[in-house]
Design a protein around this ligand. Sequence first.
Ligand code: UDP
Length: 487
Amino acid sequence: MEEQDRSSQSRPPHVLIFPLPLQGHINTTINLAELLAIAGFKLTFLNSHHNHKRLVKFNNIAAHFERYPGFEFKTITDGLPLDHPRSGNWFLDMFEDTMEPKMKQSLREVLVNSSPPVDCIIADWFLGFALDVAKEVGIPIIFFCTSSPCCFWVYYSIPDIIQAGELPINGSEDMDRLITTVPGMETYLRCRDLPTFCRKLDIEDSIMKLIVKQTRKSLQADALILNTAEELDGPILSQIRTKCSRVYAVGPLHAQLNTRLNAKHGESYDHISNTLWEVDKSCIFWLNKQPNRSVIYVSFGSIASMSREQLVELWYGLLNSKTKFLLVVRPNSVIGKDGEGEDVVMELMEKSKDRGYIVNWAPQEAVLNHPAIGGFFTHNGWNSTLESVVAGVPMICWPQFADQHVNSRVVSVVWKIGLDMKDVCDSKIVEKMVNDVMVDRKEEFAKSASEMAKVTNQSVNVGGSSYSNLDCLVEDIRIMSWKKLTK
Ligand code: UDP
């Protein structure tokens, strides 16, 4: 009887998908949205006015999504004026008071006016207010965690770490002290691997409280989607499942999308770009001229910035190493006195012509998959980390904030596919680590990274864990929306 009713449902489920208005969250969420569009769902992708303007300016995304008749981009305010620079620490500082109330109101309006009605919301895990709105209007909600599961679990455990007296870290403390109260990580998580806001003496810190609040709230949703594979994060997924019964590990999403696009349209994913910066493809021509696995790619994502002094240390370390480099320096990402940051980049470009290549923004996935690349000097944003894992490229980790300190620990001691430079930026150490990964211990790291890539890529192939988990998610959303319709 149930089956008969379900098959008589005449329209596909309508999912509204709502990313956090930041680069690393948007590109992953677009990938998830496309996977659901391939499954035949009607999709509304809710982007901020600001980000959508940039997305369509620098990409072929609008044309790409025309192939899915049920796919629609809608835009709302992120609460800030369009000309706000959105640089520095703007996001966490402005989130609760300025952004959240406006986004909450806009979400409510979109849901109330939507036709056909929205059957299920998938919102970024940080947008806790979406749960309140979903309850108000009676729509099921699933949260999507774009950060690493390990860090999500650490965020969740912070109240327990405090309760056990392992936080705060006092100023004179040994940062290598083990934290024993995060289940599943007792043997490797040290004070220095905790998110940076845990270094503050104040356990009432407002950013810490906000992140813990959003994490705990996200587990009250109908389900949680994680961008990882069982093979990468199995032990931590088991821990998260003790708090939320429906957890779908469907990643790495870019790799899963590649598999499904190939099957559906006979094309690979690499022709789509979903970045908010103009990509400089000239570096690919430069890479084409370099020997196999001879170049280290150096990039710190879309938010992290560095001081002029740090850039100079990094640059000397790279220059003194035995390897060539491709370095990304985003405009305005070097902090110095007026114009000083830009000057130093120009100067370095001139001096390192024979040894390196510098761009403002690279086609990162194409770079990581280029045969000339032998290593990735990264800040360990979760997307960058997964892109490196899938491409089988060993890492040197220089984490800056958010989930990155946890990720670099996992990369170096759990997966053993890289070295963690955490907390220092000294040219001698940079030089030594680059030589280790690219020359002296090259085969050891290449072997472990390639084994990790193999199991990860298997997980997104037909019959693999992430592939099957996505099929379950699709089926469960169909059931949820059918139940909503028949209520
Ligand atoms: N990225 C890129 N070109 C660059 C630097 C970064 O395309 O020059 C992309 C990268 O592929 C990744 C995203 O930007 O998908 C950065 O996300 P991540 O989670 O690594 O770091 P975040 O920017 O959130 O700190």
